[in-house]
Design a protein around this ligand. Structure first.
Ligand code: IMP
Length: 179
């Protein structure tokens, strides 16, 4: 098992690149089936979801569009309790079937607030695909992702787009904090 050190802490490999690929394919298969007669609009939540999004989107065989939004809720390893829209939606989403692509749903605050915002902007439907989901920590029922690639306990992870203070997004696997 691979281990890495980041800012004096040891992280061990938890999901290998092969395991990630399997789970991403399963998410894409479900979306392809559920959106057979629809043309979804993917809203990628930057920064963390860019790697997951690139992998999911290339497995979608429906006609679709992709747009980006940037929000921030974390400082270091803890949530601040409020999301900031750093890059707002650049696209008219009225009447669109939106699928949000997120790296990880932790307390669910980001998705909860984002879903409200997307419905306010006129989305016909909003569903969420997330690489990771922490079911024991989610505080908002509407934030439970319809398409979770993998569930995880209340642990801090990095890699595959997930960062620690901006670092480690480039790791090809998902690593878990060891302590
Ligand atoms: P939530 O709003 O509490 O659900 O937090 C969601 C956001 O927090 C994610 O999009 C990540 O950016 C960040 N986050 C939550 N848990 C982790 C983690 O274990 N590692 C890295 N980032 C995390």
């Amino acid at each position: 098992m691979r281990c890495i050190e980041e800012q004096g802490h040891i992280f061990e490999e938890w999901l290998t690149p092969e395991q990630i690929t399997e789970r991403v394919q399963a998410v894409a298969d479900r979306i392809n089936e559920d959106y057979k007669d629809k043309s979804p609009l993917f809203v990628v939540v930057l920064n963390g979801a860019f790697v997951f999004a690139a992998d999911v989107i290339r497995r979608i065989n429906r006609r679709c569009k992709v747009t980006f939004i940037r929000v921030k809720s974390y400082e270091g390893t803890t949530s601040t309790g409020n999301i900031k829209f750093i890059i707002p939606l650049q696209q008219n989403i009225e009447g669109r079937d939106v699928i949000v692509l997120e790296d990880i749903v932790d307390t669910g605050l980001t998705i909860h607030q984002l879903k409200d915002y997307l419905y306010e902007q006129g989305a016909a439907s909003v569903k969420v695909a997330a690489m990771l989901c922490k079911p024991d920590k989610i505080q908002f029922p509407d934030a439970v992702p319809e398409y979770p690639a993998q569930c995880i306990k209340d642990e801090f992870v990095i890699g595959y787009g997930l960062d620690w203070e901006g670092f480690c997004r480039n790791l090809d696997a998902i690593f878990k904090l060891k302590e």
